[in-house]
Design a protein around this ligand. Structure first.
Ligand code: SF4
Length: 230
């Protein structure tokens, strides 16, 4: 099955506990004001890949000690069938993988999904897509409701465990405020795919994007396009 993809990164350390594989799906119709990922809105401006390709990445990440998988976007639940296949396969690989325990807490790798939809907006196909998710961060990003809650962009967003593993792993974090870096900076040098790019991965606190823009500028990196501005 094909899936519209915005990007991937390993190790991701700012969207969930531990070192994780991050997968960002392409396409979002929710258009939250202040969204930092406007480049993920158009449904066909990413890359079309096979779910099996992403599962190969997950398999490699597990072999490299991944403690979890984070699927974000874009809006993952706008591709419910592909998300269901991805999470089903990720859960199977996690069980089959010879390395089971996280370096952080000894638990198996968990599966976390970010969605802008509220629980009340989940129809049957979206519910089915989340069948193997251990936890979900749900709700629109509301720029007028800043928060310091870890891994959430606004105070209305809920971190909801959905499985026994999710309840154990995320219990310490449900009301925890961020105490480390909220954003991870990844620089991709110029190459055949295009000019150099800077990716800010995570959930920045209020004013943090402008701070990093100035920080990069002071080091000679001037951003020509910014995914958080219209
Ligand atoms: S914050 Fe998330 S749900 Fe809202 S527009 Fe951006 S990608 Fe979509």
């Amino acid at each position: 099955m094909r899936v519209e993809l915005s990007g991937t990164h390993f190790p991701l350390e700012t969207l969930g506990p531990g070192r994780r594989l991050g997968i960002w799906l392409q396409g979002c119709r929710l258009a939250c004001a202040g969204c930092m990922s406007r480049h993920t809105w158009a449904p066909h401006e990413g890359e079309s890949v096979d779910v099996a390709t992403l599962l190969d990445l997950w398999d490699a990440a597990l072999a490299d000690g991944a403690e979890g998988l984070t699927v974000s976007g874009g809006e993952p639940l706008d591709q419910p069938a592909a998300l269901a296949e991805l999470l089903r396969g990720a859960a199977r690989l996690r069980s089959a993988h010879p390395r089971h325990g996280s370096a952080v807490d000894g638990l198996p790798a968990d599966l976390l999904v970010y969605t802008g939809y509220e629980e009340s907006e989940l129809d049957a196909s979206r519910h089915a897509a989340l069948a193997h998710a251990d936890a979900v961060v749900a709700g629109r990003f509301r720029i007028a409701e800043p928060t310091r809650l870890v891994w959430r962009g606004s105070a209305n967003q809920r971190l909801a465990p959905r499985t026994a593993l999710g309840r154990i792993r995320y219990a310490p974090h449900l009301d925890r405020e961020a105490d480390g870096p909220a954003v991870q900076i990844v620089v991709t040098p110029a190459g055949p795919a295009g000019p150099p790019a800077v990716r800010l991965l995570g959930v920045p606190r209020r004013g943090e994007l402008s701070h990093w823009e100035r920080w990069l500028g002071a080091r000679g990196l001037r951003l020509r396009e910014r995914s958080w501005r219209p």
